[in-house]
Design a protein around this ligand. Sequence first.
Ligand code: ASP
Length: 347
Amino acid sequence: MNNPSPSILLIYTGGTIGMIENPETGALENFHWEQFQQHVPELKRFNFHIDSIMFGPPIDSSDMEPKYWVRIAQIISKEYDRYDGFVILHGTDTMAFTASALSFMLENLGKPVIFTGSQLPIGQLRTDGKENLLTSIEIAAAKTADGQPMVPEVCIFFENKLLRGNRTTKINAEGFNAFRSYNLPALAKAGIHIKYDTHLIRRPDPTRPFCPHYLMDSNILILTLFPGMRREIIDGILQQQGIKAVILQTFGSGNAPQKPWLFDRLRELDRQGVILVNVTQCSTGTVEMGRYETGLQLLQAGAINGYDSTMESVVTKLMFLLGHGYSKERIIELMNTDIAGEITLTE
Ligand code: ASP
């Protein structure tokens, strides 16, 4: 049986969706929640109990940091039993990082946590924010025939697709279709009906409790490889003190230029206990380090496979695992494990 009146908590962190154009300067400024509600009178038409919490002050998502991910996780954890689902209003620029981080931090999540935002402010006539918000609320409240939450996952809903948060990347700075999940189909599509692809949706282990985590360690570096990289520059960066993990953004199926100085430096880092992860610059497909000599050498230098991870997912997963203070061996083991639906393991 469906719950007759689901309870939803809206958490507004910032971003375009909650902004309005200052008529004098033309710049976008933040709304107050009351003003926001005036622009979405449809909120009152839901047969749901909707509460809201606003970040004060709201944060442009370019300024999002692990400490704010922790704040979101703490709010959800504190309010977990009171609500059927959570809708997080967030700037689009780094939404995929926050959604990825939360997918790891909210272990064994049993309720929907749906991120959304918009390309045009909610006060503008052609805004995409209204539809994104209203459909996200519906998804957060949706139940299966036996009364279970339809999507107990951290997701991003945008335009008309519900995407797994840790599979999603922002791909468009202009159009309303701002997000894409290249390596996993949408969990739902919203048209006249919202159609869920139920076999893709993850479910929590009913024998284990919801377990939030709050420690993140951001001592990591992303190194995007490119033809013509200079030893003096790259070596200087890689010799910085305090780096605990290096994400190598490689070519194609995980390949690097065959430069002995690069492999020597990576082997040295590996010996020092730094974790090296190989992620491809390609949007679709996966890393296969045994496929070419240029990839094999990375494997031999100690790099581990990032599979078909998004950059957002591999960054936040490393922060999450380093935050636990695990040994290098344990982190490598968990990087090779699908812990929140973030990678496709090919065996
Ligand atoms: N700069 C904004 C942000 O990410 C853009 C947006 O919300 O779309 O906060």
